[in-house]
Write a new protein. Structure first.
Length: 316
């Protein structure tokens, strides 16, 4: 029979998948329900948690509906990078300290302002090497291309490298921050204000989960951006001293989540643990932003799995 009543239950004939059914009744069942298979795969008997039989449901009327994970994050957004659709949100527009996820904006700004002219030697200033950790380990007088500084910034999350990028692209941190805000706005950000290229806590430097998701989705459309956010290791090749290999601080990438291709970690005492994680599967790219989340390493795979389940359902 046709069904219009909304309820969720686990159907054994569908391998334990969560499904959604409808009944002609106008009431809503809030209790979880269970289902048992009858007559092969044609119908199931639905029983609510009070063991009340509410009748049989035609299996052809059932559709799989993935359930979004929960999170303790202060703010979170899951975005389909291909369509821009927000698939999950929690406090999406709350102003938050972005910590080193800021460096994603630094990367994008450098690529937009400098383009392919990244092979020019960078100048390393005393101010840059004075930055507190985490650092790439740059020294005044080091000789290396700007592109190598950018790679080191993203892999090792070097605050010193971020300042070198800012100074070499725009002449000063102040001018570069202006460019960051222009690029963020171009990417669709509406509630962000960047004052520095590294994300160290500064009054007036803030972003939101939605804005960071939109900036990340914008950046992932460009190959040069994608190439720089997915690396596990990078060997910094100095022209004046021995090369040094650094490894990413991003355990999401290091743990080899299927399809993982970015993006950026972050931590300060004010911001807590932050993560922007991205992955591509079956021609879909999902990005999750988790701000102030002690469970970021488990939350990221859970949300991305959910996103890919939603995409697979829509592809059918």
């Amino acid at each position: 029979m046709p069904v219009l009543l909304m309820l969720s239950f686990t159907a054994s004939l569908m391998g334990g998948s969560t499904v959604q059914a409808a009944s002609s009744s106008s009431s809503i069942l809030s209790q979880s329900t269970v289902a048992s298979q009858k007559n092969g795969a044609k119908e199931v008997a639905v029983i609510d948690t009070n063991n009340t039989d509410i009748g049989n449901v035609d299996v052809s009327q059932l559709t799989v509906k993935p359930i979004a994970p929960t999170t303790i994050a202060g703010a979170a957004v899951l975005i389909d990078a291909d369509t821009g659709e927000i698939l999950f949100e929690k406090n999406p527009d709350k102003w938050m300290h972005p910590a080193s996820t800021t460096k994603m904006v630094t990367l994008l700004t450098a690529l937009e302002k400098k383009g392919t002219r990244l092979d020019e030697l960078a100048t390393v200033s005393p101010y840059a090497v004075s930055m507190e950790e985490s650092n790439l380990g740059l020294r005044v007088g080091d000789q290396l291309p700007l592109e190598a500084v950018i790679e080191g910034m993203m892999v090792a999350s070097g605050n010193d490298a971020a300042v070198v990028v800012a100074e070499n692209v725009s002449g000063s941190v102040h001018n570069f921050a202006k460019a960051m805000n222009e690029v963020a706005k171009k990417a669709g950000a509406k509630h962000s204000h960047f004052l520095n290229p590294h994300g160290l806590t500064q009054q007036g430097h803030y972003s939101t989960a939605r804005d960071l998701a939109m900036i990340a989705a914008y950046g992932m459309k460009y190959k040069m951006f994608r190439d720089k956010v997915a690396n596990d290791y990078y060997t910094v090749k100095y022209q004046n001293r021995a090369a040094e290999t650094v490894r990413t601080t991003n355990l999401f990438i290091r743990n080899k989540y299927p399809g993982a291709n970015g993006l950026k970690t972050g931590y300060t005492e004010a911001a807590g643990d932050c993560l922007i994680a991205s992955a591509t599967r079956d021609r879909h790219t999902m990005i999750v932003v988790l701000l102030n989340d002690d469970d970021r390493w488990t939350d990221a795979p859970a949300f991305l799995d959910y996103g890919f389940e939603v995409a697979a359902l829509r592809d059918k």
